[in-house]
Write a protein that binds this ligand. Structure first.
Ligand code: NAD
Length: 447
C-alpha cells in the first residue's frame, strides 16, 4: 500500500497562525508598490523555472506538456494584468445625505480579507494556484495553500519558488495531504476560502466552513449546441478538441452535445473521423487514476446497456497509464449518467434534437452552470440562445478560450459561487469609513 505524507491538524492550525502574523506586516508594513515589485520578481522566477515546473506537473499528472505550457504562461501574464489594475485602485469618496451630515465625509476603502485558505486542484495545478495567488498576495492577503494530493510536488515547488522570489516567510504557507487536511483547513481560523474541485466536495466545504467569504469553482457539464446552419467542419473540429483534449479532464469542456437532426449524418461522420485519428499519448493523454477511468467505463457501459449507440471507442486501453479510448455515444435518454453528470473523461455524449427550443431546454435541465458552446453562422440566433443559457460562460463558434488569467471565468448554479466578480475584488473587502472633520457640535446629539 502506498503511504502518504500528510500534515496533521495541529500543523494546519500552526500554518494558519504563522500566516496571520505574517499577513499583518505584508499588509500594513509594506506599500502597494512593494508588493507589486515582489510579484514582478515572482513572474521572472517562474519564467526562468518553467521547464522544471512543467516537467514536475507532467510527471505528476501525465497531462500532455503542450497543454501545460500554454496555461503556465497564461497564468504568469496575470502579474502585469492584476498589478496594473491594483495600482489604479484607490480609496473612493462616497456621497452622504447632506441633511444632517454637514462636515462629514465617507470613504470606501479596499482591504484584504486576511489569510486565504486555498484548496487546490490537480488538472491545472499551476494555473489554478497562480490565478488565486497573484491577486490575493498583491492585495495584501497571506495564503495557506493545500495542493491536491495528486500534485503535492508541484505545490511544494511553487512555494519554494515564491520564497526565492521574495515572498516573505509565512505569507505563503503550504500544508499537504488529502481530504482530511482540506477539511482541517476549511474548519481553521482562515478569513476566506478558495476551492477548486468537484461539486460534492464543494457541498461538504459549505457545510464545514462557517461564515466566511468563499470562492467555489466547481464541476461543469457543458453543453454543445450544434444548430442546423453550423459550419460542420469547424463544429466537428471544435467538439473533438473540446471533448478529448487532456482526456476530457477539463472543468469547462464540451461534455454533452445537442445536435440538430437534419445535419447529424455529416457531423457525426466527420467527428468520428477526427476522433479516430487522435494520438492517444501526444494529444489526449491518460486519465489521472484507475478509479476515474473505471467510472468513465462504468457510465459508458451503462449507457450502452440502456440503448445508446456506440460510434467510437468505449474501452480501456491496455498498458501502462490509465488511457481510455476517445468515445462517442449517441443517446436518446437525457437522464443517462454519462449525459446528465460530469464524466471528466474522453467521452462525447450526443443527442439529436429537432430545434433550437429543444436544445436550450435540455442544455438548461442541469444542476451545473459552468459553460456552453453554440455552433451557428447566424449571430442573431447565437445571441438569442446565449441569453437563454443558464451558464457563466458562453462560447460561440469557439471553445474554451478564457478571458485573461481567469478573469470573468464564471460559474453559476452548482458550478460555483462568488466567482462572478473581477478576481482582484474577490480578495478585497470594502470598509466604509465616515469621518467628521470640522468638529463642530452636532445639534441633534444628546446633551
Ligand atoms: P476533488 O473535489 O476530489 O478534490 C479537490 C481538492 O479538494 C483536493 O485538494 C482534495 O484533497 C480536496 N478535498 C477533497 N475532499 C475535501 C473535503 N471534504 N474538504 C476539503 N477539501 C477536500 O476534485 P477532483 O475530482 O480531484 O477534481 C476534478 C473536479 O474539479 C471536476 O469536477 C472539475 O470540473 C473541477 N474543476 C473545476 C474548475 C473550475 O474552475 N470551475 C477548475 C478545475 C477543476
Amino acid at each position: 500500500m502506498q503511504e502518504h505524507i500528510s500534515s496533521t491538524e495541529a500543523e494546519v492550525r500552526a500554518a494558519v497562525e504563522r500566516a496571520k502574523k505574517a499577513q499583518a506586516d505584508w499588509w500594513l508594513g509594506h506599500k502597494k508598490a512593494d508588493r507589486i515589485e515582489v510579484l514582478k520578481a515572482v513572474e521572472s522566477v517562474f519564467h526562468r523555472s518553467s521547464a522544471e515546473v512543467i516537467g514536475i506537473i507532467h510527471r505528476e499528472t501525465g497531462l500532455p506538456k503542450s497543454t501545460i505550457t500554454s496555461s503556465y504562461n497564461g497564468a504568469l501574464s496575470g502579474v502585469r494584468y492584476y498589478s496594473d489594475r491594483y495600482a489604479a485602485l484607490g480609496d473612493r469618496p462616497f456621497p452622504l445625505d447632506p441633511i444632517g451630515w454637514a462636515g462629514t465625509q465617507a470613504t470606501i476603502r479596499y482591504e484584504p480579507h486576511g489569510v486565504v485558505g486555498h484548496i487546490g486542484i490537480w488538472n491545472y495545478p499551476f494555473w489554478q494556484t497562480m490565478i488565486t495567488t497573484i491577486p490575493a498576495l498583491l492585495t495584501g492577503n497571506a495564503i495557506v495553500f493545500k495542493p491536491s494530493e495528486i500534485t503535492t510536488l508541484t505545490g511544494l515547488r511553487i512555494a519554494e519558488l515564491l520564497g526565492e522570489a521574495g515572498v516573505p516567510d509565512g505569507v505563503f504557507e503550504t500544508v499537504i495531504g488529502g481530504a482530511e487536511v482540506g477539511k482541517a483547513l476549511v474548519r481553521s481560523d482562515v478569513d476566506a476560502l478558495v476551492f477548486t474541485g468537484g461539486i460534492e466536495t464543494g457541498r461538504d466545504i459549505v457545510r464545514n466552513a462557517g461564515i466566511k467569504p468563499m470562492i467555489l469553482e466547481l464541476s461543469g457539464n457543458d453543453a454543445g449546441i450544434i444548430c442546423r446552419d453550423a459550419d460542420l467542419e469547424q463544429a466537428a473540429r471544435g467538439v473533438a478538441t473540446g471533448t478529448f483534449l487532456r482526456a476530457g479532464q477539463v472543468c469547462a469542456r464540451i461534455k454533452r452535445v445537442y445536435l440538430h437532426k437534419d445535419i447529424a449524418e455529416g457531423f457525426l461522420r466527420r467527428l468520428v473521423e477526427i476522433a479516430s485519428r487522435l494520438d492517444l499519448e501526444g494529444q489526449i493523454g491518460p486519465m489521472i487514476r484507475a478509479e476515474a477511468r473505471d467510472r468513465v467505463d462504468r457510465v459508458t457501459q451503462e449507457a450502452l446497456r440502456g440503448g445508446a449507440k456506440l460510434l467510437l471507442g468505449g474501452h480501456k486501453v491496455k498498458g501502462p497509464g490509465y488511457f481510455y479510448e476517445p468515445t462517442i455515444l449517441l443517446l436518446e435518454d437525457p437522464r443517462a449518467e454519462v449525459m446528465s453528470q460530469e464524466t471528466f473523461g474522453p467521452v462525447c455524449s450526443i443527442m439529436l434534437v429537432k430545434d433550437e427550443e429543444e436544445a436550450v431546454r435540455l442544455a438548461n435541465d442541469s444542476e451545473y452552470g459552468l459553460g456552453a458552446t453554440i455552433w451557428t453562422k447566424d449571430m442573431e440566433r447565437a445571441d438569442r440562445i446565449a441569453r437563454r443559457l443558464q451558464v457563466g460562460n458562453v462560447w460561440i463558434n469557439e471553445w474554451g478560450r478564457s478571458v485573461i488569467c481567469g478573469e470573468y471565468f464564471l460559474g453559476c448554479k452548482g458550478s460555483g459561487i462568488a466567482s462572478s466578480q473581477e478576481r482582484l475584488m474577490m480578495f478585497l473587502r470594502k470598509k466604509t469609513v465616515i469621518a467628521h472633520y470640522t468638529n463642530e457640535p452636532r445639534p441633534n446629539w444628546f446633551k
